[in-house]
Design a protein around this ligand. Structure first.
Ligand code: FAD
Length: 484
C-alpha cells in the first residue's frame, strides 16, 4: 500500500518549537527576575514547607474535617498569593507565566499539597483575568494584597464542575450536552443563583467564589455567565469538604446556592453580552493556561519521587553495597530522571506556546516606574481602564488567532497528560525501588503517590485531554475526522 502524505505542515516550525518562536521577545531583565524568584521560592520551600508537609498530610488523614490552617497562614505571611498578581497593582508577578510554572514544579517537588493550598486562588484569578473585567480584577487583586499584609485574607476560587457535569464542563465541544443542575435567573438589579458546584479547589479558604453557570441550563454555551459570590452572601453555603485520596492540604469543596442573589456589579461577565455570545473563549483561555500549570505541578511530584528514591538508594545497603552502587538501581533512577526532563520540556514548550499566543513577554520595564504608576492610578486612567470599550478591545486582542489557539490547546493538554503520567510513573518506580519502606508514611513516597493520581483527573481527565489533543492536532485540516 502506498502511503500518501497529505499534511506536510503537521510539524510546522511554530507547532514544533514554541520556545524558539519566543526567542527575542523578552525584556532583557526578565531572566534575572525569574531566576531570583526561583531561588527565593526554593529556599522558602526548604525552610518552611518541607517541615510541614508530612505532618499536615497525617493530621488531615486523621481528621478529614480539618483544614490546613498552618499552611494557609504560611502562604499568607510569605505573600504566596501575590505572586500571580501584576506588579502595577502591588503584586509580585513579573508579568509572565514563567515564574508561576517553574515555582509550581519546585514547590510540588517538596509538597504538592502546598501547591493545592495556592491553586484555587490561582485558578480563580486566572479566570477573573480572562473575563477582562478590569474593575473587579483591580479591586480583587488589591484586596488580596491587603489581606496578605494586614489581614483578614481575601481569596477567590473558580467553580465550574457540577455533580453530574465534570468532563462536559471542561470540554467546550461537550458543553452543549452537559447535564447541569445549576442555573441563574435574571431579576431586577442582578441575578439569582440556584444549584451546586463540587470539588472546588480552595472553596473552604475562599472569601469569594467565581462561579460559571448558565441562565438557561439547556444552552450553557450561549447563556453562561460568570458571577462573583462572597461567602457571606445570603443563599450561599459551603457543602461538604471532600475526604479525598491526596493533596489533603488543598481543600476540595462543595458550594451550594439556594436563591442566592448576585447584584449587577458582581456579575463579572455575561457571554451573551460581552464575550462574543459564547463562553467558549473563556473556557479555552482558562483551561489552556491551567493545564500547563498542572503539567508543571505534576512534574514536581515526579521530581519529588525521584529525589526521595535517590536519597534512599544512597543510604540503603544491599548485598554489601549501597543500593546506588547496583546497576539495576542506577537504571531505575536514570529512567526517573529522564522522566522529569521529558515532562519539564513539555510543560516549558506549552508555556512558550501560551506566551506566543498571548504576547506575554513580561511587563515592560517602564511599568514599574513612579510616573507610570501615578498615571495608572489617576482617576481618568482608571475610568478609561474600566470602560466597556477598553474591555471589548482587550477581549479582542487577547483572543489568539485560530492557529495559535489550536497550538495552545494541544500543547496545554500535552503538558497536563505527560506531566501527570510521569508524576504517577515516577511514584510507582520510587515505591518499587524502596520496597516496604516506601509504603511507610514517614518515607514520603506513598504521599506523593496519592498526590500524583489527582493530577491525572483534575482539569479534565487524561482520557479527555487525549481526545482534546486529537481534536486540536490530529483533526486539524481533516474534515473527515470526528472526535466529539
Ligand atoms: C482535587 C480536585 C480539585 C478540583 N478542583 C476544581 C476546581 O477548582 N474547579 C472546578 O470547577 N473543578 C474542579 N475539579 C473537578 C475536575 O475538573 C473534574 O473532576 C474533572 O474535570 C473530571 O470530571 P468528573 O470528575 O466529573 O469525571 P466524569 O466527567 O464523571 O468522568 C468519568 C469518566 O468518564 C470519562 N468521560 C466522561 N465524558 C467523556 C467523553 N465524552 N469522552 C470520553 N470519556 C469521557 C472520563 O474520562 C472519566 O474516565 C477538581 C477535581 C479534583 C479531583
Amino acid at each position: 500500500m502506498r502511503i500518501e502524505f497529505d499534511n506536510p505542515d503537521l510539524f510546522s516550525f511554530d507547532d514544533s518549537f514554541a520556545s524558539l518562536s519566543f526567542l527575542g521577545r523578552t525584556e532583557p531583565a526578565l531572566l534575572g527576575k525569574v531566576r531570583a524568584s526561583f531561588e527565593e521560592n526554593r529556599s522558602f520551600c526548604q525552610k518552611y514547607v518541607r517541615p510541614l508537609a508530612l505532618r499536615t498530610d497525617l493530621a488531615l488523614q486523621r481528621d478529614p474535617t480539618a483544614l490546613a490552617g498552618e499552611m494557609l497562614k504560611l502562604a499568607l505571611e510569605h505573600r504566596r498569593f501575590s505572586r500571580v498578581l501584576p506588579g502595577i497593582l502591588g503584586g509580585l508577578s513579573d508579568g509572565t507565566v514563567i515564574t508561576p510554572m517553574i515555582t509550581a514544579e519546585e514547590t510540588a517537588s517538596v509538597d504538592a499539597g502546598f501547591v493545592g493550598v495556592l491553586s484555587g486562588h490561582g485558578l480563580g484569578m486566572a479566570a477573573l483575568a480572562y473575563t477582562m473585567n478590569l474593575r473587579l480584577l483591580d479591586w480583587f487583586a488589591r484586596e488580596t494584597i491587603r489581606g496578605e499584609i494586614q489581614g483578614p485574607p481575601f481569596l477567590i476560587d473558580c467553580a465550574i464542575t457540577e455533580p453530574s457535569a465534570g468532563t462536559d464542563m471542561e470540554e467546550v465541544a461537550l458543553l452543549p450536552h452537559a447535564k447541569l443542575v445549576s442555573e441563574a435567573r435574571r431579576v431586577e438589579g442582578g441575578a439569582i443563583l440556584n444549584g451546586r458546584k463540587c470539588f472546588i479547589s480552595g472553596g473552604h479558604f475562599a472569601t469569594h467564589h467565581l462561579v460559571i453557570l448558565p441562565f438557561d441550563r439547556h444552552d450553557p454555551v450561549k447563556t453562561s455567565g460568570v458571577f462573583m459570590v462572597p461567602s457571606t452572601a445570603k443563599g450561599f453555603s459551603l457543602g461538604k469538604l471532600e475526604h479525598k485520596m491526596g493533596m489533603k492540604a488543598g481543600p476540595a469543596s462543595e458550594l451550594v446556592f439556594e436563591d442566592c442573589f448576585v447584584p449587577d456589579e458582581y456579575i463579572v461577565l455575561e457571554a451573551a453580552k460581552t464575550a462574543g455570545a459564547s463562553i467558549e473563549p473563556l473556557l479555552l483561555g482558562v483551561l489552556g493556561t491551567t493545564r500547563v500549570y498542572v503539567g508543571a505541578w505534576a512534574t514536581g511530584i515526579g521530581r519529588g519521587a525521584f529525589e526521595i528514591a535517590l536519597q534512599f538508594a544512597k543510604r540503603t545497603r544491599y548485598r554489601g553495597k549501597t543500593l546506588i552502587q547496583h546497576q539495576f538501581a542506577q537504571r531505575a533512577l536514570v529512567d526517573m530522571f529522564l522522566n522529569v526532563h521529558k515532562a519539564r520540556s513539555v510543560y516549558l514548550e506549552a508555556m512558550f506556546a501560551l506566551m506566543n499566543a498571548s504576547g506575554g513577554a513580561g511587563a515592560p520595564g517602564f511599568t514599574s516606574s513612579a510616573w507610570f504608576r501615578a498615571l495608572f492610578e489617576s482617576y481618568p486612567a482608571r475610568k478609561v481602564r474600566h470602560s466597556d470599550g477598553v474591555r471589548r478591545m482587550l477581549m479582542k486582542r487577547s483572543r489568539p488567532n485560530a492557529q495559535a489557539q489550536q497550538r495552545v490547546q494541544f500543547y496545554s493538554s500535552l503538558a497536563k497528560v505527560v506531566g501527570s503520567d510521569v508524576g504517577m510513573d515516577n511514584c510507582h518506580r520510587a515505591l518499587d525501588l524502596m520496597g516496604a519502606v516506601g509504603l511507610r508514611h514517614d518515607a514520603g513516597a506513598e504521599k506523593l503517590f496519592r498526590d500524583a493520581k489527582l493530577c491525572q483527573i483534575f482539569e479534565g481527565t487524561n482520557q479527555l485531554n487525549r481526545l482534546h489533543m486529537a481534536q486540536h492536532f490530529l483533526a486539524r485540516g481533516d474534515a473527515s475526522m470526528e472526535v466529539f
